[in-house]
Design a protein around this ligand. Sequence first.
Ligand SMILES: [Fe+2]
Length: 177
Amino acid sequence: MREKILEIWPEIEWIKNKELKEKVINCWIYAVENSVLSAEDLKVIPFSLLIKDCNITFMTHKRTAVQLAVEMANVMKKNFGDQIKIDMDILTAGAILIDVGKLLEYEIKDNKLTTSEAGKLVRHPFSGLAIADRFSVPPEVQHIIATHSKEGDFGKRTVESIIVHHADFVSFDPFKA
Ligand SMILES: [Fe+2]
Protein backbone atom coordinates (compact mmCIF):
# COMPACT_ATOMS: atom_id res chain seq x y z
CA MET A 1 0.00 0.00 0.00
CA ARG A 2 2.86 2.39 0.84
CA GLU A 3 4.19 2.09 -2.73
CA LYS A 4 0.72 2.76 -4.15
CA ILE A 5 0.38 5.93 -2.07
CA LEU A 6 3.81 7.18 -3.17
CA GLU A 7 2.88 6.37 -6.75
CA ILE A 8 -0.31 8.48 -6.76
CA TRP A 9 1.33 11.20 -4.62
CA PRO A 10 4.87 11.96 -5.95
CA GLU A 11 4.67 15.31 -4.10
CA ILE A 12 5.01 13.47 -0.76
CA GLU A 13 8.75 13.29 -1.55
CA TRP A 14 8.89 17.10 -1.31
CA ILE A 15 8.42 16.87 2.48
CA LYS A 16 11.95 17.09 3.89
CA ASN A 17 11.20 16.13 7.50
CA LYS A 18 11.23 12.31 7.49
CA GLU A 19 8.94 11.94 10.51
CA LEU A 20 6.31 14.27 9.03
CA LYS A 21 6.56 12.53 5.66
CA GLU A 22 5.87 9.13 7.30
CA LYS A 23 2.85 10.57 9.12
CA VAL A 24 1.43 11.89 5.84
CA ILE A 25 1.94 8.50 4.17
CA ASN A 26 0.26 6.73 7.12
CA CYS A 27 -2.78 9.03 6.94
CA TRP A 28 -3.26 8.20 3.25
CA ILE A 29 -2.77 4.46 3.81
CA TYR A 30 -5.38 4.53 6.59
CA ALA A 31 -7.83 6.54 4.44
CA VAL A 32 -7.56 4.22 1.42
CA GLU A 33 -7.83 1.12 3.63
CA ASN A 34 -11.04 2.50 5.15
CA SER A 35 -12.56 3.77 1.90
CA VAL A 36 -14.81 2.22 -0.73
CA LEU A 37 -12.23 3.57 -3.19
CA SER A 38 -8.79 2.21 -4.06
CA ALA A 39 -5.67 4.28 -4.72
CA GLU A 40 -6.12 3.56 -8.46
CA ASP A 41 -9.73 4.82 -8.34
CA LEU A 42 -8.46 8.26 -7.31
CA LYS A 43 -6.71 8.59 -10.67
CA VAL A 44 -10.00 7.95 -12.45
CA ILE A 45 -12.92 9.41 -10.46
CA PRO A 46 -13.93 13.04 -11.13
CA PHE A 47 -12.70 15.46 -8.46
CA SER A 48 -16.22 16.66 -7.73
CA LEU A 49 -19.49 14.78 -7.74
CA LEU A 50 -21.29 18.12 -7.96
CA ILE A 51 -19.99 19.10 -11.39
CA LYS A 52 -21.73 17.60 -14.40
CA ASP A 53 -19.46 15.94 -17.00
CA CYS A 54 -16.34 16.67 -14.96
CA ASN A 55 -13.30 15.26 -16.77
CA ILE A 56 -10.70 16.30 -14.22
CA THR A 57 -9.75 13.51 -11.87
CA PHE A 58 -9.47 13.62 -8.10
CA MET A 59 -5.68 13.22 -8.23
CA THR A 60 -5.18 15.82 -10.99
CA HIS A 61 -7.14 18.36 -8.98
CA LYS A 62 -5.41 17.53 -5.69
CA ARG A 63 -1.89 17.45 -7.12
CA THR A 64 -2.51 20.75 -8.94
CA ALA A 65 -3.53 22.37 -5.65
CA VAL A 66 -0.33 21.13 -3.96
CA GLN A 67 1.87 22.28 -6.85
CA LEU A 68 0.16 25.70 -6.94
CA ALA A 69 0.55 26.14 -3.18
CA VAL A 70 4.29 25.43 -3.36
CA GLU A 71 4.76 27.74 -6.40
CA MET A 72 2.84 30.53 -4.68
CA ALA A 73 4.86 30.16 -1.50
CA ASN A 74 8.14 30.23 -3.44
CA VAL A 75 7.17 33.47 -5.25
CA MET A 76 6.11 35.04 -1.96
CA LYS A 77 9.35 34.04 -0.25
CA LYS A 78 11.41 35.33 -3.18
CA ASN A 79 9.64 38.69 -3.36
CA PHE A 80 8.79 39.36 0.29
CA GLY A 81 12.05 38.02 1.74
CA ASP A 82 12.19 38.04 5.50
CA GLN A 83 8.92 39.97 5.69
CA ILE A 84 7.14 36.63 5.55
CA LYS A 85 7.84 33.25 7.11
CA ILE A 86 6.46 30.19 5.37
CA ASP A 87 7.20 26.66 6.57
CA MET A 88 7.38 24.67 3.34
CA ASP A 89 7.10 21.25 5.02
CA ILE A 90 3.98 22.30 6.95
CA LEU A 91 2.50 23.85 3.79
CA THR A 92 3.23 20.79 1.62
CA ALA A 93 2.02 18.25 4.20
CA GLY A 94 -1.14 20.28 4.78
CA ALA A 95 -1.86 20.64 1.06
CA ILE A 96 -1.44 16.89 0.57
CA LEU A 97 -3.75 16.10 3.50
CA ILE A 98 -6.62 18.59 3.07
CA ASP A 99 -8.88 16.09 1.32
CA VAL A 100 -7.68 12.86 2.94
CA GLY A 101 -10.99 12.71 4.86
CA LYS A 102 -12.89 12.73 1.56
CA LEU A 103 -12.02 9.07 1.16
CA LEU A 104 -14.36 8.38 4.09
CA GLU A 105 -17.17 10.56 2.64
CA TYR A 106 -17.87 8.33 -0.33
CA GLU A 107 -20.18 5.36 -0.60
CA ILE A 108 -21.30 3.25 -3.53
CA LYS A 109 -25.08 3.18 -3.83
CA ASP A 110 -26.90 1.49 -6.71
CA ASN A 111 -23.51 1.10 -8.42
CA LYS A 112 -22.94 4.85 -8.24
CA LEU A 113 -20.37 6.82 -6.29
CA THR A 114 -22.11 9.24 -3.91
CA THR A 115 -21.55 11.09 -0.65
CA SER A 116 -22.72 9.06 2.34
CA GLU A 117 -25.10 10.43 4.98
CA ALA A 118 -22.23 10.25 7.49
CA GLY A 119 -20.04 12.13 5.01
CA LYS A 120 -22.63 14.92 4.76
CA LEU A 121 -22.83 15.19 8.57
CA VAL A 122 -19.08 14.99 9.20
CA ARG A 123 -17.47 16.69 6.24
CA HIS A 124 -13.88 15.93 5.24
CA PRO A 125 -12.24 18.84 7.12
CA PHE A 126 -13.45 17.07 10.28
CA SER A 127 -12.89 13.46 9.25
CA GLY A 128 -9.49 14.49 7.83
CA LEU A 129 -8.61 16.05 11.15
CA ALA A 130 -9.56 12.84 12.96
CA ILE A 131 -7.29 10.82 10.65
CA ALA A 132 -4.43 13.31 11.11
CA ASP A 133 -4.76 13.21 14.88
CA ARG A 134 -4.67 9.41 14.85
CA PHE A 135 -1.16 9.63 13.38
CA SER A 136 0.03 12.56 15.54
CA VAL A 137 0.24 15.00 12.65
CA PRO A 138 1.40 18.33 14.18
CA PRO A 139 -1.21 21.03 15.00
CA GLU A 140 0.13 23.41 12.33
CA VAL A 141 -0.80 20.83 9.68
CA GLN A 142 -4.08 19.89 11.38
CA HIS A 143 -4.97 23.61 11.21
CA ILE A 144 -4.59 23.58 7.40
CA ILE A 145 -6.87 20.54 7.08
CA ALA A 146 -9.47 22.07 9.40
CA THR A 147 -9.52 25.51 7.76
CA HIS A 148 -8.92 24.76 4.05
CA SER A 149 -12.64 24.78 3.22
CA LYS A 150 -15.57 27.12 3.90
CA GLU A 151 -15.55 25.89 7.51
CA GLY A 152 -12.33 27.86 7.96
CA ASP A 153 -13.86 31.16 6.83
CA PHE A 154 -14.98 32.01 10.36
CA GLY A 155 -11.57 32.01 12.00
CA LYS A 156 -8.05 33.20 11.31
CA ARG A 157 -5.88 31.14 9.01
CA THR A 158 -2.08 30.85 9.26
CA VAL A 159 -0.09 31.99 6.21
CA GLU A 160 0.38 28.34 5.12
CA SER A 161 -3.36 27.77 5.39
CA ILE A 162 -4.21 30.95 3.45
CA ILE A 163 -1.99 29.79 0.59
CA VAL A 164 -3.36 26.22 0.55
CA HIS A 165 -6.96 27.47 0.77
CA HIS A 166 -6.51 29.68 -2.29
CA ALA A 167 -4.54 27.05 -4.24
CA ASP A 168 -7.38 24.61 -3.60
CA PHE A 169 -10.10 27.02 -4.71
CA VAL A 170 -8.37 28.26 -7.87
CA SER A 171 -8.15 24.65 -9.01
CA PHE A 172 -11.84 24.13 -8.24
CA ASP A 173 -13.87 27.32 -8.79
CA PRO A 174 -13.25 27.69 -12.56
CA PHE A 175 -15.02 24.37 -13.11
CA LYS A 176 -18.09 25.15 -11.04
CA ALA A 177 -21.30 25.66 -12.96
FE1 LIG B 1 -11.55 19.89 0.56
